[in-house]
Write a protein that binds this ligand. Sequence first.
Ligand code: G1P
Ligand code: ZN
Length: 542
Amino acid sequence: MRSVTHSTQPIEGQKPGTSGLRKKTPVFMRPHYLENFVQSIFDTVGARGKTFVLGGDGRYFNDRAAQVILKMAAANGVARMIVGQGALLSTPAASHLIRLNETDGGIILSASHNPGGPTEDFGVKFNMPNGGPAPEAVTEAMFARTREIAEYRILEGAEVDLSAPGRVTLGAMQVDVVDPVADYAALMESLFDFEAIRALVKSGFTMRFDGMCAVTGPYAHEILERRLGMAEGTVVQGAPLPDFGGHHPDPNPTWAHALMEEMMGPKAPDFGAASDGDGDRNMIVGRGIYVSPSDSLAVLAANAHLAPAYKGGLKGVARSMPTSCAVDRVAKALRIEAYETPTGWKFFGNLLDAGRATLCGEESFGTGSDHVREKDGLWAVLLWLNILAVRKASVAEILHDHWKTYGRNYYSRHDFEALDTHAAEEMMSRLKASIPTLPGTEIEGLAILSADDFAYHDPVDGSVARAQGVRVRFTDGSRIVLRLSGTGTEGATLRLYLERYEPDPSRHDLDPQEALGPVIRAAHALAGIREQIGRDRPNVIT
Ligand code: G1P
Ligand code: ZN
C-alpha cells in the first residue's frame, strides 16, 4: 500500500456552520471536496500518532466517505481509528466512544435531521477529545486551512472491511471496528434505573418509538425491546436506510406525523418518542399530549433527581437563548444557576466540562447532560421513562402538575424556509438597526421592555460570540427571537421563536398558536416579514 500526495486547490465555501460542514451530497462527492476538508481537519488538529473515532448516521455516501477518511488518516500518520461497524455511529454514541477511549477526537458523518440521498444532504463534523463539537476557534482554523490548502495525502489500495467487529490494519494504522451499540447501551444502563423501567413495562406500560429509518433504530431495538423488555414492534422504522426511507428524519410534529396521529388516536400507547437522522434529537409525546422540547427540558430538570445518575441533584442547567424560559423557573426553585447560550450544542461544552451545568437543552428537540458532550435522543427518552416509572403518573399528569407549580411558558417556533438569502439578510439588518429605537414603544398592544442582538460571554474561557439572534422582550414577560439558520443548504431560513408566560392554571390548556396570537402579530409587524421576505405564513410550525 502506497501513500500518495495529490495536489489540490482551495474550494469556496467550506465553512462549518452551526454543526459542522453541511452541503448537498453531490457537492460533497465532487473531486477533492471531501478530501480537502478532511485534510484541513488533520492539518488543524494534527494527525500523527493520534487516535480518532469515526462513524456516521448511515446516510447515502456515508460508507464511501468513511473509506476515504480512513485512507487519509492512515496516510497522515494516524495511529488508530475506532470505527463503528458498517461505519455507523449515532452522534451521542460517537461522543461517548471519544471520551471512553480517551481519544484525540472524532469525525462524525451526518447532516443530522436533513434528508439523505444522492440529491439530499451530507455533512462532516469534527468533535474534540472531550467528545463535543469543535468550538468556533477550531472550526474557523479549519475553514482558514481550506482556503490555502495545496495538497492532501491518501493511501492507495484496498478498502477496510467494516462489516464485522474486530481489529484490522490499514498500512501502519490500526483500525478497531466496534459494535456501535454496546458501549452506549452500557452507559445508559449505568445512568438509569432499568429495573424500575422493566417493572413499569411488566405492569402493562406501552410505548412506540419511531426510528425514522435513521441511525437510532438499532440502539432503540437493543435498549427498549431487548434490555427493558418492551414488546417487539415497539420500535418502528428501526432499520437505518441511506435515504431514510425518503423521509425527513426530523422528530417534530410535522415530520413525525404518523407517530403524532397514533399518540392522539384512540389506540395510543402510554408513551411515544422519535429520534432524528443521527440520534441526537428527541421528540416526546404522551397519550393525547405533545410535550414541547422546552417543556421537556424543564420537566427533566425538575425530576432528574429520580434517576440514579442525578440523585445528588443538578449543578446547573443551560439552555440555548431561543429556548423557552421554562427551565429557568425550575432552576430558580432548585437554587441552581441557569445559563443562556447561543444556538448550537458546542456552546454547552465549556459549562459541562467545568462542572457548572449538568443538564442542557435546545428548543430544537435537543436535550442532554454531562454523560456525553452531544445532545442525546435516547438518553432523554430513558430519563422520561425513569421518571414515569418512579412517579407512576402519566405524561399528561406530569406536565399539568409541572405547569401548576411553575406556570406555563407557551412556546412555538415558526420556520420560513428556502428564502432569498439577500432578502432575509436585509430583513435582519433592518431589524438590528432598529433595536435602539424599540424599548419603550408599543406594538400590537404589547409594550417592549428591551431589545438586543444576543452576545454570549462564555464564563469559562472568556470568549465572546456576537450577533446570535435578535431578542425582544415585552413588559408582560413575552418574548420573540429572530435569527437565520446556520444549518441549511438551500437559500436562507428564518427562525421566529415565540414565547408567552401564563401563570393561571385555568388557562393552561389553550392551543399554543392561539395563546401566542398577539406575540405572533407583534413579531410580524416588528420585522415586516411579509414586506421583506414575501411570506405570510411559516412552512414549519413546531
Ligand atoms: C439547528 C437548531 C439548533 C441545533 C442545530 C443542530 O440549527 O436550531 O438548535 O443545535 O440545528 O442540530 P440552525 O439551523 O437553527 O442554525
Ligand atoms: Zn441530529
